[in-house]
Design a protein around this ligand. Structure first.
Ligand code: ZN
Length: 184
């Protein structure tokens, strides 16, 4: 599990590195507060997406299932700053589906880690392929990165879009377009 003592010691060093007085009133509890927060926002490291996908329901027709506008908050591993936005998931069942809330759950499992948006998108798609074995999966993630907005090139509001396709979605452009129309 997360080592809160190490985080607290690290935050104290960061504050001293900035040139702060770690004993002033506003900062006295900051290391402990950040350690508690990290336990929450990096809690996905200690969760397995498979546990959320173990309960399945049988279906007769294999029509595309879409869950869109799943809001997520993640943390970029290059700057340890937030990136956040929406994930859209589509899949074509092969006789089985999972509860819709589980799709949002697995987004959280992977978002609550140090991440890259490209990797987050692929991990969601692969977790579905590996655990549900549908005929195909498509995942689209749209996000704003604070490391682009508040520093560096400073372009607030710009959205990074990543798309990952697996199975039937990888080779069928018409199917992809159907998904894009539905999530727009
Ligand atoms: Zn970054």
């Amino acid at each position: 599990m997360i080592n809160k003592e190490k985080i607290q010691a690290g935050v104290k060093l960061l504050l001293e590195g900035i040139g702060e007085d770690i004993h002033r009133e506003g900062l006295i509890e900051t290391p402990e507060r950040i350690a508690r927060m990290y336990e929450e926002i990096f809690g996905g490291m200690y969760e397995d997406a498979a546990t959320h996908l173990s309960k399945r329901f049988h279906v007769k027709n294999n029509e595309m299932v879409i869950e869109k506008d799943i809001v997520f908050y993640s943390t970029c591993e290059h700057h340890m700053l937030p990136f956040y936005g929406k994930a859209h998931i589509g899949y074509i069942p092969d006789g089985e589906v999972v509860g819709l809330s589980k799709l949002a759950r697995i987004v959280d499992v992977f978002a609550k880690r140090l991440q890259l948006q490209e990797q987050l998108t692929a991990q969601i798609a692969d977790a579905l392929m590996d655990n549900l074995a549908p005929k195909g999966v498509i995942v689209m993630v749209e996000a704003e990165h604070m490391c682009m907005s508040m520093r560096g090139i400073k372009k607030p509001g710009s959205q990074t879009v990543t798309i990952v396709t697996r199975g039937e979605f990888a080779k069928d452009e018409a199917l992809q377009n159907k998904f894009f129309q539905m999530v727009k």
